[in-house]
Design a protein around this ligand. Structure first.
Ligand code: HEM
Length: 410
């Protein structure tokens, strides 16, 4: 799950765009870098230097190594580059509280334990039939309305959004309050004032919710957290729940929409999955790998001089693990790393690795497995309703995907 602090990254478009004509492949510039070696010094949009990790093994090693910090704003160098308004915000303890994706051990450990205690087998098991219901309701509505729809607002966005709302205890009717604002936080070049405004409004919204759960706990995760750890401050609870809310709907939504697009553009793979739905769990892992929607990170800062694959990286440098290229490493996935839904057990870095490995991965897997299975079952003859080249891509966002996906079915 991404978070607002990454907004400070300004990557040149050759690192964010995918290959013209193939919206699933990393740009040829990046793929070429990957063939030359696993570690690269690159120049960012603001003229700063950063280090790009493109090798699978090296990416794994970096993400498991405590000398790489998740707290970018510990660095004066990074802070100096920020617009004034953002700098004040990123160093404000009230804003940083609970946002554990940016913390290192042992601070991170405490929050992670508390959250793992809430993401229980029991809660995830209860959620599975609910995911099934939510998916079915949305497909029913699509079918009732005709035989064409934009898959993003009709299915891909509302399903995970509703699921994370129910998990947290946010009223889904309030979605307008957070969907647009969290999307502002994930825009790569959003103006600082807009980011600050969206973030203030989100925090005010969450603060209201935290107060009401404290007063009247219910059966949701936020209430469970308050009961399990009454010492958590309102700021911490706001930080934790915003992280979950944003990470929980933006990522899965993009996997559902971009994943459907990828399957439609690979008719043989789609056919394999249609004719053998038991392939779905493997197909989900393969789509996660192949699409690598968290395409500009994880990002780390070196705490001391380190060596990666024989390359010396000085202290206080920005290190970007390029998941799309690492997840296509030919040493691991074969020459072209093409989509193969029957690849079998694939390990990948789409959920990250190490202490920050995605907390919501089991939930995301359930949503995707149920989502793709039902989508293919309920919408026979599913196809794109516009030329593939016209699908608007999210190269301008921290989480890659499609802005919309017009589809039709029989
Ligand atoms: C962390 C990807 C779904 C909550 C991460 C990280 C990645 C990621 C790459 C690691 C970030 C880092 O190392 O800096 C994804 C993808 C998803 C997904 C691809 C969907 C397909 C979810 C969902 C939730 C969630 C549904 C919430 C229920 C989180 C949280 C973290 C995280 C809280 C931070 C964990 C920590 O710092 O210990 N995710 N995520 N994610 N994700 Fe996800």
């Amino acid at each position: 799950g991404p978070s607002q602090d990454r907004l400070a990254l300004r990557l040149p478009t050759e690192y964010t765009e995918r290959t013209p004509g193939c919206p699933f492949d990393p740009s040829t510039r990046l793929t070429d870098l990957g063939t030359r070696g696993p570690v690269h010094q690159v120049t960012m949009g603001d003229g700063d230097t950063a280090w790009l990790i493109t090798g699978h093994e090296e990416a794994r090693a970096v993400l498991a190594d405590a000398r790489f910090s998740s707290d970018r704003f510990r660095s004066e160098r990074v802070l100096r580059k920020l617009p004034e308004a953002l700098r004040a915000r990123m160093t404000d303890p009230a804003v940083r509280a609970g946002n554990f994706i940016t913390m290192d051990a042992p601070e991170h450990t405490r929050y992670r334990r508390l959250l793992t205690g809430q993401f229980t087998v029991r809660r995830m098991r209860q959620l599975t039939p609910r995911v099934q219901e939510i998916v079915t309701e949305h497909l029913d509505a699509m079918v009732a309305a005709g035989n064409r729809a934009d898959l993003v607002p009709a299915f891909a966005l509302p399903v995970p959004s509703l699921v994370i709302c129910e998990l947290l205890g946010v009223a889904y009717a309030d979605r307008a309050q957070f969907q647009e604002r969290s999307s502002t936080l994930l825009r790569l070049n959003a103006p600082a004032e807009e980011v600050v405004k969206a973030s203030d409004e989100l925090r005010a919204f969450m603060r209201g919710l935290v107060r009401s759960k404290r007063a009247e706990p219910t059966d949701d995760l936020l209430s469970g957290l308050i009961t399990a750890a009454p010492e958590l401050t309102d700021d911490e609870l706001v930080g934790i729940s915003l992280l979950l809310l944003i990470a929980g709907h933006e990522t899965t939504a993009n996997m559902l929409a971009l994943g459907t697009f990828a399957l439609l553009e690979h008719p043989e793979e789609l056919e394999k999955l249609r004719s053998d739905p038991s392939l779905v769990d493997g197909a989900v892992e393969e789509l996660l790998r192949y699409l690598s929607i968290v395409h500009l990170g994880p990002v780390r800062t070196t705490l001391e001089e380190v060596e990666v694959a024989g390359v010396r990286i000085p202290a206080d440098e920005t290190v970007i693990v390029n998941v799309p290229v690492a997840n296509r490493d030919p040493r691991v996935y074969g020459e072209r790393g093409e989509l193969d839904v029957a690849r079998g057990r694939v390990s990948h870095l789409a959920f990250g690795h190490g202490i920050h490995q995605c907390l919501g991965q089991q939930l995301a897997r359930v949503e995707m497995a149920v989502g793709f299975t039902e989508l293919l079952r309920r919408l026979p003859g599913l196809r794109l309703d516009l030329p593939a080249a016209e699908v608007p891509l999210r190269s301008d966002m921290l989480v890659y995907g499609v802005h919309s996906l017009p589809v039709a079915w029989d």
